[in-house]
Design a protein around this ligand. Structure first.
Ligand SMILES: Cc1ncc(COP(=O)(O)O)c(C=O)c1O
Length: 411
């Protein structure tokens, strides 16, 4: 039997004109001229907006959508997204200041992370940002700083649930974890706390990331609501907010398909009627990459073409120092190709050639694409890596070997 070769999900989020890929209506050459740079990340804000609208349309209207800034903290993007999402999740003081300066109200900003330092806890308390407290010790420190500052910290507990996200994806809950407080321990803590010392907000139940299986997400939501109900019932104070996590993935690799949000949304609607007490609270979904990854490309130029023992190498001015995750060194076990194309030759009548695309670094890890089929690649052409709007420049070792940092633009 013929086994079909897995292919990438179609990259249809951007328009083309005369074979040229367009972001925000501009060709790659035009973007390069605007930036004065021949290697860059470009983000199309209309694609971000459409993705946010897709989530809003799929989930019940009362569930708020927060953006996890870590996925892409490019300031122009944050300032733009501030008008489209209901809140931001931050993971450092720098991200917190960015979120506040975008005009997002402090009450719609939450601060998570397993090792918040004194400066970060103090900053959040002063600003009125909700701390997602991840340990008893962190709780004690937040209370102490709150007393010193003369302001009650606003606290939600990050829970390490007993359940695990099923199927592939990055698990961030279940079993022993550095994130959050184990559910069974928190259930013991809750009745004992002195709720006069802080402003109690609720719970953050975060179980994973980059999941492409609707059924696994539905299962996690079912478990999340059941756990939230247990936690609310065990708390003598009034709970106002439950953050039910995120986890929606996007297709990076051959064989992966886009998530179908409809059954996830339908299940959330069902859960709201199954848990009327929770349905009255402020409920939040927290997504990073799902909102921004598909809207971004990494574009670099072919600067040389070299044959080596029957293999064609496209040498480019871009590489893993700009885009670590595309090189396969950011959480992948086996390297697979992101979707790539020649961005100035999107016309499918051109001859296809199998090539390796590599960067300028003296390491075989600096691979942009491994044995991919590209249309008539020539020196000066644009190699484009799709699905690059999340975990790009800020998740890459930009100083490695001292090459220039990469530019970014929002169009
Ligand atoms: C607490 C928290 N929120 C949100 C995210 C964002 O995940 P993603 O970009 O996959 O949506 C992460 C990822 O590590 C996280 O730890």
């Amino acid at each position: 039997m013929n086994k079909s070769i897995p292919v990438h999900a179609p990259m249809v989020q951007f328009a083309t004109r005369d074979g040229q890929l367009l972001l925000g209506g501009f060709t790659l050459n035009e973007i390069a001229d605007m930036l004065g740079k021949r290697v860059f990340y470009a983000y199309d804000q209309q694609v971000v907006k459409a993705q946010i609208e897709k989530v809003h349309a799929a989930i019940p209207a009362q569930i708020k959508l927060h953006y996890a800034i870590k996925a892409n903290p490019y300031p122009a993007l944050i300032h733009t997204m501030r008008n489209w999402v209901e809140g931001f999740d931050v993971a450092s003081q720098k991200e917190m200041l960015l979120a506040l300066q975008s005009g997002m109200p402090a009450q719609d900003i939450s601060f998570a992370g397993p090792s918040k330092q004194e400066n970060e806890l103090r900053a959040a308390i002063v600003a009125g940002v909700t701390l997602h407290v991840e340990s008893e010790r962190e709780m004690a420190r937040a209370l102490q700083y709150g007393k010193e500052i003369g302001r009650k910290p606003i606290i939600a507990f990050r829970v390490n649930p007993a359940f695990e996200l099923k199927a592939s994806g990055m698990k961030m809950g279940g079993g022993p974890k550095q994130f959050g407080i184990d559910e069974e321990h928190l259930l013991q803590m809750l009745p004992e706390l002195n709720y006069d010392d802080f402003q109690f907000r609720g719970f953050h139940i975060f179980w994973g990331s980059q999941n492409l299986k609707q059924d696994a997400i539905i299962d996690a939501h079912n478990n999340t609501f059941a756990l939230a109900q247990k936690l609310v019932s065990a708390t003598p104070a009034t709970t106002s907010t439950i953050n039910i996590g995120g986890g929606f993935g996007i297709p990076y690799f051959p064989g992966e398909r886009r998530l179908d949000l409809a059954p996830i949304g339908e299940n959330l609607t069902r859960l709201l009627s199954q848990y009327p007490e929770l349905a009255k609270l402020e409920l939040i979904i927290e997504l990073g990459r799902y909102l921004v990854a598909e809207a971004g490309v990494y574009a670099c130029q072919i600067t040389d073409i070299k044959e080596s023992r029957g293999q064609t190498y496209l040498i480019t001015n871009g590489g893993l120092h700009h885009h670590l995750s595309n090189s396969g060194n950011f959480g992948q076990v086996i390297r697979k190709n992101y979707p790539v194309a020649i961005g100035n030759k999107m016309n499918d009548r051109l001859q296809v050639k199998q090539v390796m695309a590599v960067g300028p670094l003296c390491t075989p890890l600096d691979t942009l694409a491994d044995k991919v089929h590209l249309r008539d690649p020539q020196e000066g052409d644009w190699l484009v890596v799709f699905q690059s709007g999340a975990y790009g420049p800020t998740a890459s070792p930009q100083d490695f070997l001292g090459h220039p940092h990469v530019s970014e633009i929002l169009l």
